[in-house]
Design a protein around this ligand. Structure first.
Ligand SMILES: CC(C)(COP(=O)(O)OP(=O)(O)OC[C@H]1O[C@@H](n2cnc3c(N)ncnc32)[C@H](O)[C@@H]1OP(=O)(O)O)[C@@H](O)C(=O)NCCC(=O)NCCS
Length: 238
């Protein structure tokens, strides 16, 4: 039987054995909570969210946020009303996970991280504190993304990639002037085992080859070949 605090609102009938649900948590009908999951106080879990066995969801996290097209947002969001979080994960304090996100087993999502729709994150990853993952991003197994990185829409990261803190990615050389144009917008591709130093900026559409290194503070304007180290503004091979 789950241990549910009396102040929690649990509408779902799919709560696994040994799950624990803290004060003022809300679990909507249609959410599925696996065995041994810990849902801390003030977590909100929307319908269609599935959480694998043993995962811990820390206080204030919001799982199943619906993207909204209001204000100056020009693109109508498209998304499935599901979230899948594998077993053994840790979802940080006040993390926000939108609908249409898949996260593999044993992945850590840090405090305050935000992950938007149409995004897939592999197993054994770290998405660090205050990392912002935009819509339509793919992150391979074992990839580590440190504090406050920004992954733009259409970024593609392979396996075992390392992003130091404050790495910024971009996808639009028109800087929004031409609205959203799928043909024109291109995120970076970062191949397996590449390493990106702190505060580097990757310009739209660049490919960082397998096991390449980008020095701290570099601005990458062109593709970087596999195994090559680049530094500076603009980044050049060392
Ligand atoms: C790119 C890097 C790995 C190169 O290290 P290295 O091979 O030991 O290089 P060196 O320190 O010998 O520097 C070689 C030259 O490149 C320059 N250089 C090194 N890193 C640079 C950078 N990020 N930007 C501009 N120039 C750089 C050095 O000034 C030196 O130039 P010089 O020969 O004219 O004196 C390293 O400098 C770097 O940027 N590391 C990233 C650190 C980081 O962000 N870690 C994240 C986890 S905390």
């Amino acid at each position: 039987m789950p241990a549910t605090h009396p102040s929690a609102v649990v509408e779902s009938d799919s709560i696994g054995a040994g799950a624990s649900i803290g004060e003022f948590a809300v679990i909507r009908a249609g959410a599925a909570i696996g065995d041994g999951v810990t849902v801390h106080p003030h977590v909100v879990i929307e319908p269609g969210v599935e959480i694998g066995a043993g995962t811990e969801v820390l206080p204030g996290a919001y799982l199943g946020r619906r993207p909204r097209a209001v204000g100056a947002i020009i693109r109508e969001p498209t998304y499935r009303e599901t979230v899948q979080i594998g077993g053994g994960c840790s979802i940080g304090v006040n993390a926000v996970i939108y609908y249409d996100v898949e996260i593999g087993e044993d992945t850590l999502v840090g405090d305050g991280a935000s992950i938007r729709e149409e995004t897939k994150i592999g197993e054994g990853c770290v998405v660090g504190r205050y990392v912002a993952v935009d819509r339509d991003v793919q992150i391979g197994d074992g990839t580590k993304i440190n504090f406050a990185c920004s992954l733009v829409s259409k970024a593609r990261l392979g396996k075992g990639v390392f992003l130091a803190q404050h790495v910024t990615t971009t996808n639009d050389n028109a800087l929004g002037r031409q609205g959203w144009n799928d043909e024109q917008v291109a995120g970076p591709t970062i191949e397996d085992e590449a390493m990106i130093g702190s505060n580097a900026t990757l310009l739209p559409g660049v490919t960082i080859g397998r096991a390449a290194v980008v020095g701290a503070g570099s601005v990458v304007t062109k593709d970087v070949a596999a195994g090559v180290t680049v530094v500076g503004v603009p980044a050049r091979p060392l």
